[in-house]
Write a protein that binds this ligand. Structure first.
Ligand code: HPA
Length: 271
């Protein structure tokens, strides 16, 4: 595994003449437009990158983009890998580990999520303050990669408190509301039943989605500070539960996207 990670890192570094990103950004479903704010230096299709899985979700364009955001060097995943696509957890987090080897110091993650907290509304932003992992595995199972991090990494403060507070200030200055809450990750790809939504709410989750937690676990294993934000694309409380279609999720994501983009851009600027 370390050899594969090194091989991929070397490939990207050679292709980009040693471009050394300071920050990593993973863009979720329907949230790829942050790329329009980038001064793009290099855009590499996942299919070209040795050892990278290839994304199978149509709404993800599957590119690694290196460039400047708010004057800072960033590497952006436009499209991510999900466990439900059939990848192993190690494949899902492979790009995050490559980011670390490239020198990335902080990770920013976005996702589309269902709202469980009844005070939320569609197209709200929820800054993630904690998570519950209900995916059937995690990327640290197996022999520990001692070069990357410890066998038993601490998870008592996963989401960087300073960045959470900074995000609140950014939203207030820009004049929009932001929620905070707990994100629960489920395997998918089917959405949840009403009984499952009730259960997820009872165990303490404010939003539910099918991503983010594996990448965040891998990042924290390597000691990387993490900021993550959900866009609430549909409400899953009993009174507001509707049949979900991908087009509706993408539409709700598009409405929230400018706020999410501003938040991440300003956090990067201030980092
Ligand atoms: N569950 C319910 N609604 C959602 C999800 C999910 O995983 N992702 C986006 N909306």
């Amino acid at each position: 595994m370390m050899q594969q990670l090194q091989e991929t890192t070397n490939y990207i570094q050679q292709l980009t003449s040693g471009f050394a990103p300071e920050f990593g950004i993973i863009l979720g479903t329907g949230l790829g437009a942050l790329v329009n704010d980038l001064e793009v230096q290099h855009a590499i299709s996942y299919a070209e990158i040795p050892n990278f899985p290839v994304s199978t979700v149509e709404s993800h364009s599957g590119k690694l983009i290196l460039g400047h955001l708010a004057g800072r060097r960033v590497v952006v995943m436009q499209g991510r890998f999900h466990y439900y696509e059939g990848y192993s957890m190690e494949q899902v987090v492979f790009p995050v580990r490559v980011m670390k080897l490239m020198g990335v110091k902080k990770l920013f993650v976005s996702n589309a999520a269902g709202g469980l907290n009844p005070s939320f509304n569609t197209s709200d932003l929820m800054v993630i303050t904690d998570h519950i992992n209900l995916q059937p595995s995690n990327p640290l199972i197996g022999k520990n990669l001692d070069e990357l991090g410890p066998r038993f990494p601490d998870m008592s403060d996963v989401y960087d408190e300073h960045m959470v507070r900074e995000a609140m200030v950014i939203a207030e200055d820009a004049g929009f509301d932001v929620r905070e809450g707990v994100y629960v990750s489920v395997p998918g790809p089917m959405l949840e039943t009403p009984a499952e939504y009730k259960y997820l709410s009872v165990i303490g989750a404010d939003a539910v989605g099918m991503s983010t937690v594996p990448e965040v676990i891998a990042a924290r294993h390597m000691g990387m500070p993490v900021f993550a934000v959900s866009v609430i694309t549909d409400m899953c409380t009993p009174d507001r539960l509707k049949k979900v279609v991908l087009a509706d999720i993408l539409e709700a994501a598009a409405i929230a996207e400018p706020r999410m983009t501003l938040m991440i851009r300003e956090l990067v600027r201030r980092s």
